[in-house]
Design a binder for this molecule. Structure first.
Ligand SMILES: Cc1cc2nc3c(=O)[nH]c(=O)nc-3n(C[C@H](O)[C@H](O)[C@H](O)COP(=O)(O)O)c2cc1C
Length: 367
């Protein structure tokens, strides 16, 4: 198996193992995708990524990280995404959407405008929800504890959003249960202090995710369903890799096809040993111990590195984020470096080889 082999998950075949990792663009008005998203996601499909994920799309307005987040809580959001999805498919990419609820990390500024709460008079909101009423930090809104009706409402928001995503033409749906957002808040003992059946031991803390995954699976039986986990909180007393193996088993049982293995985000002060491929061992371990396909993400930048992850069975796909921002054509360049034949878009064929491609007696610089 190598980076450029296809992968079939449920009814969906990715043409290669390279995915554009979900990346918030903080560029929407009221949750609507716009020209920026078409060009941004479209370029990465032109660049040859087998799977192109949208950024986190909020399943409810109060579940946005910032007021400028992408949304999928209304049918009209799906209508705005549909032409983008169509374009990704014309380029041979599989379109994916990440469904998210920000929980206690909602209503914050977009990164280039600050790191704290957006006040209601600035377009923010105080209707912020979490498993327990504990703020992420003193700079964030203090969340309210979800009651059972609130939990049911959120499960429904995820399933309705998944159905809308299928309607827009997406073929992969990823449930965001990482990075300190709502579903991770339930999983982590640092943010979940509940005394009911959603808190306490790890099985109880996984109950919310299990409900969301099974309900979403039921609504979208044909689509590939991924779950992104923060496999460790990187702090004493937080979620552990051992627990995450169990969570992965539960998610698989509930209908997930792949576990996308990230880490961190539940507390502001974790000390994370960031370095090349630093999260890949989590993908390897979850794959082996929970017997489920996995995605590796985090400082994967080189073609040889990415290919090695797949060849050695550490993960089934790689997800690249920042490197894809640096080079939208990373997959085409990686194929060249790994000596794999990959078709360039016909419009770009004259740049595919650095050799001369004289045509009609002109050099490639004329026309
Ligand atoms: C601009 C930006 C926005 C991001 N937004 C999201 C997001 O919406 N959902 C998510 O799960 N991760 C998000 N991430 C995290 C990435 O998907 C990825 O996990 C992380 O950047 C590590 O991969 P990298 O080293 O290839 O950048 C974001 C990262 C960046 C740089």
């Amino acid at each position: 198996m190598s980076l450029f082999n296809p992968l079939t998950l449920r009814g969906v075949t990715l043409p290669n193992r390279i995915a554009v990792s979900p990346m918030c663009q903080y560029s929407c008005d009221n949750g609507f995708a716009n020209d920026w998203h078409l060009v941004h996601l479209g370029s990465r499909a032109v660049g040859g990524a087998g799977l192109v994920f949208t950024e986190a799309a909020a399943v409810a307005p109060e579940g946005r990280i910032s007021p400028e987040d992408l949304g999928i809580w209304d049918d009209k959001h799906a209508e705005a995404l549909a032409p983008i999805v169509r374009f990704l498919k014309t380029q041979g990419s599989i379109p994916g959407i990440q469904l998210a609820h920000a929980g206690r990390k909602a209503s914050t500024h977009r990164p280039w405008e600050g790191n704290d709460a957006v006040l209601p008079e600035q377009g923010g909101w105080t209707d912020v929800w979490a498993p327990s009423p504990i703020p992420f930090s003193a700079d964030y809104v203090s969340p309210k504890e979800l009651d059972r009706a609130g939990i049911d409402r959120i499960v429904k928001a995820f399933t309705d959003s998944a159905a809308r995503s299928a309607g827009a033409g997406f073929e992969v749906v990823e449930i965001h249960a990482a990075h300190g957002y709502l579903l991770h808040e339930f999983l982590s003992p640092l943010s979940n202090k509940r005394a009911d059946e959603y808190g306490g031991n790890s099985e109880n803390r996984a109950r919310m995710l299990k409900r969301v995954v099974s309900a979403v699976r039921e609504r979208i039986p044909e689509l590939a369903l991924f779950v992104r986990l923060s496999v460790t909180d990187w702090v004493e007393g937080g979620l552990t890799v051992e627990e995450s193996v169990e969570v992965a088993r539960i998610a698989k049982q509930a209908g997930a096809d792949l576990i996308d293995c990230s880490s961190g985000g539940s507390v502001p002060n974790a000390s994370i040993p960031v370095g090349a491929g630093y999260q890949t061992p989590f993908a390897e371990r979850i794959r082996r111990e929970a017997s489920v396909p996995t995605g590796a993400v985090g400082l994967i930048t080189g073609p040889e590195q990415a290919d090695h992850i797949i060849r050695t069975g550490q993960a089934d796909i790689v997800l690249l984020a920042r490197e894809m921002l640096r080079d939208p054509y990373w997959p085409l360049h990686a194929a060249e470096e790994l000596n794999v034949k990959m078709s360039w878009p016909v419009q770009y064929l004259r740049a595919a080889s650095k050799g001369s491609t004289a045509r009609h007696g002109l050099t490639e610089l004329e026309d």
